[in-house]
Design a protein around this ligand. Structure first.
Ligand SMILES: Cc1ncc(COP(=O)(O)O)c(C=O)c1O
Length: 409
């Protein structure tokens, strides 16, 4: 008989994971990217060049660059962040991590204890919300509008917490192409957020992994760049600009907190080959690759919006995001997207139901998030047609789709 590990699991361990059974045929979930846009030729040439030149440094943990990651990659990032995000930093202010998920774990690990409070956006990245739940941390959620986090609500929440004698550990925000709403926090709101953070003595965790994917190529300055009091931890990633499976992200932070996060990164460094190949590729090609990727993504967004208009008509409400890889869609109130998710999955269409991406389950009930980056144009059109059909059968909406009037079966 197989050994029973279950009784040995420590209290608080997460429930066992389900086995992976493959991806849905029409996959609108997750943060996957456009397969055709992965710069394969450039990455192959970079791998060849960097390994031929300095591959023997793989014999040493950290590639003789120390625990913060491959130095040429950190140097590339310092220059890129100065140009795009307005961040003045050096390679020494940057820690390379295994995707921005590890960055979240390190920031959480350095700052949070069970029972703590954090402030975050109401609609939020599922990976962040599940982390807070697992850590026993209370998220105080701030609603968003068309321009991101509402500063009036943030001010009210900070004042309210202060009255209760609670000092939140940090404000976690995704200010630049928010996940899942796609909003971009304008510069004046960024300034107001930082002013409040300063006034209440609360630091900021800035999760900025979509910042390269704004259609116009123009992003507001990072909170890290605007802060005058060294109270921002800035998190970025190559997942959205190059490829998520590489698992390379980074943190820019003042040494006072960087040193604490570094002490928690006990994996002897993130994958070195990925860092070397990225540094080699990005030095000459990042600036041309990203605009091409943006054009490809923008076209897919258009296809998705057209398909939704055609299949759902007025039943699907959405605002075109200014960048990123997701579209947030509001369906009529009677639609429960958790049920829609189950039914659609059985028909080979995977969506992200709103309640998994929000602290306010009722508000999110009839909302869904669709990733348009990874399905092909054809899959987008076919998948949305199937989704509309299932939605109509389950919830009676859309009444008409693809210009065909239908009644509920
Ligand atoms: C807001 C946000 N943060 C972090 C991540 C994790 O990204 P990665 O670990 O691939 O860098 C994602 C992925 O979708 C995300 O949307």
């Amino acid at each position: 008989m197989a050994f029973d590990f279950a009784p040995l699991a420590p209290a608080g361990a997460p429930p066992p994971a389900a086995r992976w059974t493959g991806s849905a045929r029409f996959n609108f979930t997750g943060g996957n990217n456009d397969a055709d846009a992965v710069p394969l030729d450039g990455l192959m040439a970079a791998a060849q060049a960097v390994l031929a030149r300095e591959g023997r440094s793989l014999s040493h943990y950290g590639l003789a660059s120390g625990p913060q990651g491959y130095r040429p990659l950190r140097e590339f990032l310092a220059a890129k962040l100065a140009r795009g995000a307005g961040i003045a930093c050096t390679a020494d202010d940057i820690l390379i991590v295994s995707g921005s998920l590890q960055a979240l774990d390190l920031a959480n690990g350095a700052l949070l204890a069970r029972g703590d409070t954090v402030i975050c956006e109401q609609d939020n990245y599922q990976g962040t919300l599940t982390r807070y739940a697992r850590l026993g941390v209370k998220p105080v959620a701030i609603p968003l509008d068309a321009h991101g986090l509402r500063i009036d609500a943030l001010e009210a929440a900070l004042a309210d917490l202060k009255r209760q004698g609670i000092r939140p550990k940090f404000i976690y925000t995704i200010p630049t192409v928010q996940n899942p709403t796609g909003t971009i926090l304008p510069e004046d709101r960024r300034a107001a957020l930082l002013k409040l953070a300063d006034a209440y003595g609360v630091p900021v965790v800035e999760d900025d992994c979509y910042a390269d994917l704004i259609w116009s190529g123009q992003r507001p300055p990072a909170l890290y760049a605007m802060s005058k009091s060294e109270d921002v931890i800035h998190i970025g990633s190559f997942s959205k600009s190059i490829a998520p499976a590489l698992r390379v992200g980074f943190i820019v932070a003042p040494w006072s907190i960087m040193s604490r996060m570094l002490a928690l990164k006990t994996d002897a460094g993130s994958g070195a080959l990925e860092q070397m190949v990225l540094a080699e590729y990005c030095r000459d090609h990042f600036a041309t690759h990203v605009p091409q990727l943006r054009v490809a993504l923008r076209k897919k967004l258009d296809t998705l919006m057209e398909a939704l208009n055609e299949q759902f008509g007025t039943a699907a409400e959405f605002a075109a995001p200014e960048g990123g890889i997701f579209l947030r869609v509001k369906l009529p109130d009677q639609v429960d997207t958790l049920t829609l998710y189950q039914k659609a999955l059985a028909a080979g269409v995977a969506i992200n139901p709103g309640p998994e991406w929000s602290t306010d389950k009722a508000h999110a009930k009839s909302r869904m998030r669709l990733c348009f980056a990874s399905p092909s144009h054809e899959q987008i059109r076919d998948g949305i047609a199937i989704l509309a059909d299932i939605c109509r059968k389950e919830f009676g909406v859309p009444e008409r789709s693809a210009n065909v009037s239908r009644t509920r079966d």
